[in-house]
Design a protein around this ligand. Structure first.
Ligand code: FE2
Length: 195
């Protein structure tokens, strides 16, 4: 299995998990296992969903039609980082290429750093209101692109969220959107059938 077949199989397995009426704990356990399987190989992400830009980019790879989950490619240019932000839904982060550092930020003025996770290729971590929901994420490298694959418990680009001023702790409304206007075509099986 290679290329988009790998992504399609992952999305099909995630959809089957959603169809079981999944609670968050199962997403964070079984969804994490599925994502670990997806990021174990780096041969499937379309090149146009792996391009870095002047700021970090979020490419939507798939959104469940009922918006129960989504799959996003995060592409970090050298040294790029997010603002301090929250999610409001569960999230899974799997490292595909390069490395990134996620630092939990605890409320206060100033906000204080908490748990720090350094992610290497193949590794998966979760964010959740039950563990931590506010963090800052950055490319661990100043000289190369890093890419992680994220899944969230909703259509993350359209969910009203917050970014925070780390000095004052003040929140400001934030809705991330997506960089791309078209998602990968997972459904043209003609080449697979011809092969
Ligand atoms: Fe995040």
């Amino acid at each position: 299995m290679s290329g988009l077949i790998r992504l399609r199989s992952f999305i099909q397995a995630m959809t089957r998990l959603a169809d079981t009426g999944t609670d968050e704990r199962r997403w964070l356990d079984e969804g994490a296992d599925l994502l670990r399987g997806l990021v174990a190989q780096d041969d499937w992400l379309p090149a146009e969903m792996a391009e870095a830009g002047p700021t970090y980019r979020q490419y939507l790879l798939h959104c469940d039609p009922a918006e129960r989950f989504c799959v996003v490619s995060f592409v970090w240019g050298p040294g790029q980082r997010t603002p301090v932000h929250n999610h409001t839904v569960w999230g899974l982060v799997g490292m595909l290429r390069g490395e990134e550092v996620s630092t939990e930020m605890r409320p206060g003025a100033p906000m204080r750093p908490g748990q720090v996770d350094r992610l290497r290729p193949g590794e998966v971590v979760a964010v959740s209101a039950d563990t931590y929901d506010i963090h800052v994420v950055e490319n661990a490298f100043a000289d190369r692109v890093s890419i992680s694959i994220h899944c969230y418990g909703g259509n993350i680009g359209a969910i009203p969220r917050s970014v925070f001023d780390p000095t004052t702790g003040a929140a400001r409304p934030f809705t991330s959107g997506y960089h791309n206007r078209a998602v990968p075509n997972l459904w043209d099986r003609s080449r697979e059938l011809a092969a």
